[in-house]
Design a protein around this ligand. Sequence first.
Ligand SMILES: [Zn+2]
Length: 287
Amino acid sequence: MDAVSTLQHRPYRGRLAPSPTGLLHLGHACTFWTVYQRALAQHGTLVFRNEDLDPQRSKDSYATSMMEDLRWLGVSWQEGPDVGGPFAPYEQSGRREFYLETWRNLRDRGFIYPCSCSRKDLATSATAPNEADDEPLYSGRCRPRIGEAADYDSPTGVNWRFLVPDGETISFDDVRQGKQAFVAGQDFGDFVVWRRDDVPAYQLAVVADDAAMQITEVVRGADLLKSTARQLLLVRALGLPIPAYYHCDLVRDQAGARLAKRHDALSLRTLRDQGHTPSDVLKVCAC
Ligand SMILES: [Zn+2]
């Protein structure tokens, strides 16, 4: 499958889509600055979407801090939880109907099946995976249950997985990273689209929202390249237009480790409190 953007001639719409599960750190700052610059350069519209789907990990106070920190950095947006807009709500926690509709669509088209396997539950997150906690390859044990999907009126109570086309190479041209290719069934397996605790999974929510909000270019960190392959399968299954993808280089610390939210010392809050200016922060990004 070759992903050719069908949205190239539409007015540019980008998105800032952080999860309010911690303070923004230097790595986020670099990525979101790039998101902002891409939208500015194309005289486009920027959407702020609060990806607060995971009730266990999301906090309103973090959402407020994220917006404050981004404003401090100099990033602004035209649509979002704080300013409204034509595609409200801009908090994922308020968009359940969109996700249910997407789930029904996938069920009706025969792409998903219920899975009652238990051991991988903890490995499945509603927030963006990173290199360290990428979803493990699923064995496919519940694949034969694809015929049962039609019996379900709601996704509640079991995990739902997307049946990937084993052996198919999913390729796309990333605006920043160049040609990418991942093999379904090898690089990633049948991924979860709805969790048994009744939370839509990251992949489903992002695809549903990007389409509903008419996003033309997805700009995010390179840790999500493999997720893009999964999302392209969802986009195709749902017959949605394909956005362009731009994956930023990851910012690493001096030891070469990827900066994560848990590095509190490098949160924008801390840097700010230490007297650093936005231009000090952006100097580190080289983006
Ligand atoms: Zn299973």
